[in-house]
Design a protein around this ligand. Structure first.
Ligand SMILES: Cc1ncc(COP(=O)(O)O)c(C=O)c1O
Length: 331
């Protein structure tokens, strides 16, 4: 089964990660050392004080802490529809309300939220499932237009795949603001989804609020060690970004030529509207060994390796041929 439904990176971690994990085996009977070595490395990477960084068991753990810290039954979380599925799950788990609005590439969100009681505004950026980005300046402007007590969660799980914009505010600059929290992950371009390791960068008050709710030892020694080893190889991330961009363009082009409506993406997935409005596209592809994520009548498709892209396109062609035959048969 070809997994193109979970936005995983198609390659695993670097060789340096494998060596570091192997060297760790004799120490695995020990409880984790505090994750401060990784937090220090991240603080140095973004040139921020150490108290602005928190490491978690995947960025999902940190996002979950943000729901617990900043939403209450009287203070909703705002997010778009569609969005990363976890956001609506967390509202249910915490028993706190969700305020939603259809996703729009440009909008005056601060104006829309005026007069509402919102504790957290969660925005995946690039957006899951469309892959569209919101410039970081827009995030800063939005935070400035909201009360300091409304926290903007800038969820950058896919930022490593996006084109670099030298002019955008740095994570350090965003962390100066009282109400912006940015989350990043090692699950995607670093190929470490199975180890569960991510982090947040934000104002010390926000980071402190999350840290006070975190379960001690939630982050394993193996996860921290692997993340540190991966950070030591920034060239690999750059290579992977370039390769993802090439494969994404090839996939977008191949699907567009087959009648799919393709939304421009800055991530490692594409949001596409299939031709003929067939409701069964995801099942039809699954029957041919390719798993993609249905989003209503649309599909979210992970960008794989060149070979995986070719396998997906062959499956799409097979579905289209079957649809054509059925259509002729009906006439
Ligand atoms: C938008 C977004 N944020 C966060 C995550 C969680 O990533 P992780 O918990 O693996 O760091 C995902 C996972 O797919 C995602 O799509």
């Amino acid at each position: 089964m070809l997994r193109l439904h979970a936005n995983e990176h198609p390659q695993g971690p670097s060789a340096g990660v494998a060596d570091a994990l192997h060297a760790l085996v004799p120490e695995l009977h020990r409880y984790p050392v505090p994750s401060s070595a990784l937090e220090t490395a991240i603080a140095e990477l973004y040139d921020v004080p150490l108290n602005r960084v928190l490491v978690g068991a995947g960025s999902a753990e940190i996002i979950s802490l943000a729901w617990r810290a900043f939403t209450t039954p009287a203070r909703a979380a705002f997010f778009h529809e569609p969005e990363f599925e976890l956001y609506s799950i967390l509202g249910d788990q915490c028993g706190t309300p969700a305020l939603t609005r259809p996703w729009a590439p440009t909008e005056d969100l601060a104006k829309h939220l005026a007069g509402t009681s919102v504790g957290l505004v969660a925005l995946s950026n690039p957006h899951n499932p469309t892959g569209a980005t919101r410039p970081r300046q827009t995030i800063a402007d939005l935070a400035g237009g909201l009360p300091d007590t409304t926290v903007v969660l800038n969820d950058e799980a896919y930022h490593d795949y996006a084109d670099v914009d030298e002019d955008e505010p740095s994570l350090g600059a965003l962390s100066e603001l009282p109400n912006v929290l940015t989350t990043r992950t090692f699950s995607k371009i670093h190929g470490l989804a199975g180890l569960r390791i991510g982090y947040a960068v934000g104002n010390a008050g926000l980071i402190g609020a999350l840290r006070s709710l975190q379960t001690p030892f939630s982050v394993s020694t193996a996860a921290c060690t692997a993340a540190l080893a991966s950070l030591a190889d920034p060239a690999l991330a750059q290579e992977r970004r370039a390769l993802n961009r090439r494969n994404r363009e090839a996939l977008a082009d191949a699907l567009a030529r087959r009648g799919f409506d393709v939304t421009p993406s800055q991530a490692n997935f594409l949001f596409v509207r299939p031709p003929y409005g067939r409701p069964s596209w995801a099942t039809d592809l699954l029957d041919r060994g390719v798993r993609v994520q249905p989003v209503g009548a649309d599909l979210r498709v992970t960008v794989g390796t060149a070979t995986e892209v070719a396998t997906l396109i062959a499956a799409v062609d097979d579905v289209l041929a079957a649809a054509q035959t059925a259509h002729v048969g009906e006439q």
